[in-house]
Design a protein around this ligand. Structure first.
Ligand SMILES: [Zn+2]
Length: 295
């Protein structure tokens, strides 16, 4: 029996992001005995009700925060992971031309060091070997997703440095930092083509066109996690976010048999590593597992 206890921290912007980006990966590692902690930067309290079948949430921002806390707890149970709120306030997705200013006090407006301090403290306490988050674009242009990247990157860089964030716990340097790439155009194009081949039409044509029009550069995938056994847990977690996820909507538009045939992995980009590893990888803990670092 080894004393190895691997730890994975997944840093996300809003409740529901953990269920749509890398969810099956976290469920799989948790089932294997890895200690998995999802960190949610904001309460998601400025999210609209996106599921048209849900009805209304009373009580404004406060009411939405309460509902989303309950949804998050159910999603965490479905994935078998632990979850921690950083406590920042959702910035909302600004819409219009010109874009309106962000609301005062929201996550995206907090100065970087102030926003990163609670995550540094949590990293020093939880001591993750591996951290996942979004790439510098946020994956899509929501100000909280961009801020989530900045904060996770800053905490990854600084948590091991005794001269930084003094008074926020004993230094701990996580070993690897990954960006989630489950929303890649390559994945949706492959699914789209397979759905068209199987069913004649696919719901993803417009999404692919609009995503293509955003000109978000495709990032390199270094690491593919074979986690299809946990797609059902991912789906349960998605459904737990009932205000956000329509069970007949976008996230469930891929026939699950088609998905299992053509895309059985979740994708990541290794952004930073303090251990030697060989690319491509199929394990976020490659280079860590089985070494003296894995404790
Ligand atoms: Zn989000």
């Amino acid at each position: 029996m080894s004393a190895e206890r691997l730890r994975l921290m997944a840093v996300h912007a809003h409740p529901d992001d953990e269920s749509s980006k890398g969810a099956a990966t976290t469920a799989m590692y948790a089932a294997q005995g890895v200690d998995v902690l999802v960190v949610t930067c904001t309460g998601g309290e400025r999210g609209d009700v996106l599921n048209t079948k849900y009805g209304e949430v009373a009580g404004g921002v406060e009411g939405m925060r309460a509902v989303r806390r309950e949804e998050m707890a159910a999603a965490a149970a479905a994935l078998g992971i632990r979850q921690h709120w950083l406590g920042f306030v959702d910035s909302g997705l600004p819409e219009g031309d010109p874009l309106p200013p962000l609301p005062e006090g929201c996550f995206a407006l907090v100065p970087l060091e102030e926003a990163s301090a609670p995550l540094v403290e949590l990293m020093r306490e939880f001591r993750p070997h591996v951290v996942t988050t979004y790439d510098p674009t946020g994956g899509y242009p929501h100000p909280d997703h961009v801020m989530c990247h900045r904060v996770a990157f800053e905490a990854f860089a600084a948590a091991g440095d005794p001269d930084r964030y003094v008074g926020r716990g004993e230094p701990w340097a996580p070993l690897k930092l990954y960006y989630n790439h489950s929303f890649s155009l390559a994945r949706f194009r492959t699914l789209h083509d397979a759905i068209v081949a199987a069913h004649g039409e696919s719901p993803f044509g417009d999404w692919i066109d609009s995503r293509g029009a955003m000109e978000i550069p495709e990032r390199p995938v270094t690491t593919r996690i074979p986690c299809s056994e946990f797609f059902a847990a991912r789906d349960d977690a998605l459904r737990a976010h009932a205000t956000q996820i329509d069970p007949d909507g976008f996230f469930f538009a891929v026939p699950r048999d088609v998905e299992l045939e053509v895309w059985r992995t979740e994708e990541y980009e290794l952004a930073e590593s303090r251990v030697p590893t060989t690319l491509p990888e199929d394990d976020l803990f490659a280079g860590v597992r089985g070494t003296e670092l894995a404790r």
